[in-house]
Ligand binder design. Structure first.
Ligand SMILES: *Cc1c(COP(=O)(O)O)cnc(C)c1O
Length: 407
């Protein structure tokens, strides 16, 4: 790890009394939030080459092949099926496991909404389990209590920079002969758990190449598996004389050069996240999700717990509005699934207290910001201090945003 502790106390308190941008002050990040995807020469030359070769009209060519073989290598997986999105990949993974109307699928109550919807789409029942209060991830201790005779699969995501305890989840699933779908849409192959790549623990794993994701082709995804039966079932479903959920040669061509940039950008995100941890250590209103031991994280977003009592009652949504005005790309996290779906659409295990808390307390910082390392962390701290200083005025100035309007 290249990280070195910073003496932010000296760096950050340059102008604590300056007004927040929302009250007419200068934004901390005057150029605004960093762009994504990054416009660079490598991508520009891809577009040029596609244009002149005519390969942009193709369905399968050298780049789809290269993407498949690189993913096979990175994830040590035999089967790679490229898909039109991460959401489609999750659906196909569920179909690959033959999930149907009589089945139950276990997932965390704080999860990506479309994962719940995909389970319901197949007629299966989502079974919601609480998350861990520190790491924000599926609480593996509570999974056993969710098992029933109908349990077909566990669908779990590594969210907001955290890692699910896949080693324990895997042995639990094996004991009960239940399949795991490992959703890696928020991490890259740089993320490791006990030395193994995140995505190598599930019976099937899914990736997203959506517009905001770490690797992006605007849209796209992949299903990874070593189980021939899963791959075969997906191929049969997908193949209608033509592929129903394809990723094109044009998209693959944009992804391939990003694979070479992955490690370097991953390292920069790690450094940025460590600096953010450093500047939020003592009593800041945001506390980053804890990391499991023996993991190497990767950050599509950095999840944090927001505590409004440390910000004079400024609500989480108001805080995010004020931070974004400073040019810091931060948003509220997911709505928890049990808070946004009718009770008859799922079964729940226990009280889901931590997912309840996450519903109102999670904020996520977007990955392009982390690429700027110590400078980003200092800007983050400066924005926190400014908002802190004016929290009471800000909360009066900002009309409270209704909970119900959010999804
Ligand atoms: C983005 C995301 C998906 C879906 O990916 P799309 O390509 O946007 O459909 C699925 N799961 C998680 C956890 C995600 O973050």
């Amino acid at each position: 790890m290249v990280f070195q502790p910073t003496c932010y106390d000296v760096m950050s308190h340059t102008s604590p009394t300056e007004k927040p941008a929302l009250l007419g002050g200068t934004p901390v990040v005057s150029e605004g939030p960093p762009p994504w995807p990054i416009s660079d020469a490598v991508i520009a030359s891809v577009f040029m080459r596609l244009q002149s070769s005519g390969a942009w009209g193709k369905y399968h060519a050298e780049h789809t092949q290269e993407l498949i073989s690189t993913l096979q290598e990175q994830y040590q997986t035999e089967q790679v099926l490229l898909t039109s999105s991460g959401t489609a990949a999750v659906e196909l993974a569920l179909r690959g496991l033959n999930v149907g109307a009589e089945d139950e699928v276990i997932l965390a109550a704080y999860e990506f909404k479309a994962n719940f919807t995909n389970v319901a789409l197949l007629g299966a029942t989502p079974v919601l389990v609480d998350i861990d209060r520190e790491s924000g991830q599926l609480d593996v201790d509570q999974v056993a209590a969710a098992f029933s005779a109908r349990t077909k699969a566990i669908l779990t995501s590594h969210l907001h920079g955290g890692k699910v305890d896949m080693v324990r989840l895997r042995s639990l699933a094996d004991e009960h002969n239940i399949a795991i779908i490992e959703d890696c849409c928020q991490v890259s192959s740089c993320a490791k758990i006990d030395g193994c790549v995140a995505g190598s623990f599930g019976d099937v794993a899914v990736l997203s190449f959506g517009g905001s994701k770490i690797l992006t082709s605007g849209r796209g995804g992949a299903v990874l598996t070593n189980r021939a039966d899963i791959a075969q079932r997906i191929r049969l479903y997908n193949q209608r004389g033509n592929e129903a959920y394809p990723l094109s040669e044009m998209q693959a061509a944009v992804l391939v050069p990003q694979l070479n940039l992955l490690e370097e950008r991953h390292q920069r995100r790690m450094v940025g996240a460590e600096f953010i941890r450093e500047v939020t250590r003592n009593g800041a209103c945001v506390r980053p999700f804890s990391q499991r031991p023996n993991t190497i994280p990767d950050y599509y977003k950095l999840g944090m717990w927001y505590d409004e009592t440390l910000m004079d009652g400024l609500s989480r949504d108001q805080f995010c509005v004020a931070m974004r005005a400073e040019g810091i790309p931060i948003d509220s996290g997911f709505s928890s699934l049990h808070r946004t779906h009718a009770r008859r659409r799922f079964r729940q295990v226990g009280e889901l207290d931590n997912a309840d808390y996450a519903h109102g307390a999670v904020v996520v910082l977007h990955h392009p910001f982390l690429l700027n390392g110590q400078q980003a962390a200092n800007q983050f701290r400066e924005a926190l201090d400014k908002i802190q200083e004016h929290a009471t005025i800000l909360s009066a100035a900002l009309i409270p945003q209704s909970e119900s309007g959010r999804d």
